[in-house]
Design a binder for this molecule. Structure first.
Ligand code: ACO
Length: 213
């Protein structure tokens, strides 16, 4: 039987846990950077401390890990310091074309669709009923939220978050570490670090999370 460890014990982790259960994958250990702050409704037995305060002490070796942290930047940081192997979680009701590539650590939730010739990077969240059409390229640590619809030949840069129900027309390039607001209709390329909202989508701010303001 396949076994995994989950890093993160919040709501997103619960969804991943359900996907794993449907795939008969057993969760052996759960870690969280703030185990005491985990909501009681999400308590699982034996939530252990994460690696942030003791990177060397963390049991890097062992069953593969899924980083169940919704924040893209935090997920990227954790992936950087873990020296573990990573597993994917693919809901059985999702549809992934044979020619699509899905990277390690990526999770694909119920009803999501990934069409032919699309590449989805590492540690990406393809959330419930998201639609990623043909010839897309989704960067590492991105999050495509529930019911977002990406048309053909769309690029989403590393760490970018496409909000719930957003629509992206064909051949659009969204830069890295961008935020596309809920329900936004993206009809123009989006520069790195931009937040875009509305229909038609307009840039309301540019914020590089790696440079202190
Ligand atoms: C299972 C899950 O839960 S997955 C989680 C998925 N999560 C999401 O999809 C959340 C997406 N987040 C949003 O849409 C947010 O509103 C954000 C990130 C765009 C807000 O960004 P912020 O930088 O905090 O902007 P802020 O709230 O200050 O709003 C700035 C302006 O943009 C407008 N605005 C914000 N969001 C949107 C939006 N989605 N559509 C249209 N206008 C918007 C605000 O009304 C405000 O306008 P004003 O200046 O005229 O008053």
């Amino acid at each position: 039987m396949k076994k995994v460890r989950i890093y993160g014990a919040g709501g997103h982790s619960q969804v991943i846990r359900k996907v794993l259960e449907l795939n008969d994958i057993v969760v052996t250990d759960t870690y969280d950077d703030k185990p005491s702050a985990v909501h009681s409704a999400y308590q699982n037995t034996n939530i252990e401390s994460g690696a942030r305060d003791g990177k060397d002490a963390f049991p890097h070796e062992g069953d593969p890990v899924i980083i169940a942290v919704g924040n893209n930047l935090q997920r990227a940081e954790i992936a950087e310091f873990l020296k573990s192997t990573f597993e994917k979680a693919i809901h059985p009701s999702s549809i992934i074309a044979e020619s699509a590539i899905v990277g390690e650590g990526t999770v694909v939730f119920a009803g999501a669709i990934i069409q032919p010739n699309t590449t989805v990077g590492k540690h990406v969240i393809v959330n419930t009923a998201a639609s990623i059409d043909h010839d897309n390229c989704i960067g590492d640590y991105a999050h495509i939220s529930p019911k977002a619809a990406l048309c053909g030949h769309v690029e989403v840069g590393e760490g970018s978050h496409v909000g719930v129900g957003a629509v992206v027309i064909p051949k659009i390039k969204i830069g890295k570490w961008c935020t596309i607001g809920a329900g936004t209709v993206v009809i123009k390329d989006v520069p790195d670090y931009a937040t875009v909202v509305g229909n038609p989508g307009r840039v309301i701010k540019i914020n590089n999370p790696f440079v202190s303001q």
